[in-house]
Design a binder for this molecule. Sequence first.
Ligand SMILES: Nc1nc2c(ncn2[C@@H]2O[C@H](COP(=O)(O)OP(=O)(O)OP(=O)(O)O)[C@@H](O)[C@H]2O)c(=O)[nH]1
Ligand SMILES: [Mg+2]
Length: 320
Amino acid sequence: MHMLAEQILQKDIRALARAITYVENDHEDKLALMSDLYPATGKARCIGITGAPGAGKSTFVNRLIDYLRSLDLRVAVCAIDPTSPFSGGAILGDRVRMAKHFTDPKVFIRSMGTRGSLGGLSRTTKDVIKIMDAFGFDVILIETVGVGQSELDIMKVADTTAVVVTPGSGDVIQVFKAGIMEIADLFVINKADLPGVGPLHAQINAMLDLAKDHEAWRPPVKRVSAAKNEGIAEFWAACEAHAAYLLESGEGMKRRRRNKEREILEIIQDEASRRIEQFFIEEKEHIAASSLDPYTLAARLVDKWFQNQEKEIMQKNGEL
Ligand SMILES: Nc1nc2c(ncn2[C@@H]2O[C@H](COP(=O)(O)OP(=O)(O)OP(=O)(O)O)[C@@H](O)[C@H]2O)c(=O)[nH]1
Ligand SMILES: [Mg+2]
């Protein structure tokens, strides 16, 4: 077993941080490490929290950490900001806000930006979540700004996804537009201390009547004030209810199976593209010297690549 994997399973927090760096840097040991950790995964509850910039996600996450710690659960947070070039530590505002948790060994907070995600932010994040899971956190909170495709993709790994909206922001239209409806298991009206909560709640209900009327799970709508620390326990109760639904309906198993399939495809694509790039570099002189048009040349290179692969396999099997 990889040494880092062993240390992680023994709850060495420094090894956890180092393993995450391995994943971010696409270290050559990454696949071996992930494969060693895999048997220890699948135990954590993964909660996605998404919403427009400034909706209060980080404030909410911070309150949720407090609440989960009061239940003596170990909590990891993965905060994803695709617009930020920074990763590693926490983004400045969040760092200040979450500072008190930094001394708690049962809380681990990691921010992910585009830099240091050589394998792509979505891929990297999924591996980071697996490492956190293997380490033994009970709950993993994933915070993302709900905009792009890659974040929708990340949210699919969550067992429960909460969409945070706020009064007076026009969020509801965004929710409809961005295809967030498909991934929403729960709605959080944050900033419920501000005016306009009633109409927003009614709007969400109307939207759910349209989109989720025939579904087995109708996403509950929870009013929260992260600023005032209100509604957090009720939110967690709704997460628990969703977890029970996932278990009883078999939907949870289905989701995990679907995720695993998607993940295998991604790993294959990753590995294939890595090898093809290597091949491309080896062929560079050849390519530069060629007078063929790019399409014909590319088609020939693909053929050559496959032939090389075949040869390699035969050599490995002792057939050549
Ligand atoms: N009135 C009110 N303000 C809140 C509440 N929760 C958060 N805020 C404020 O909303 C602002 C944004 O909060 P953040 O927690 O940084 O929001 P975010 O969604 O994490 O923002 P990004 O990470 O930038 O997308 C801050 O000024 C918070 O103090 C709330 O319940 N009520
Ligand atoms: Mg935030």
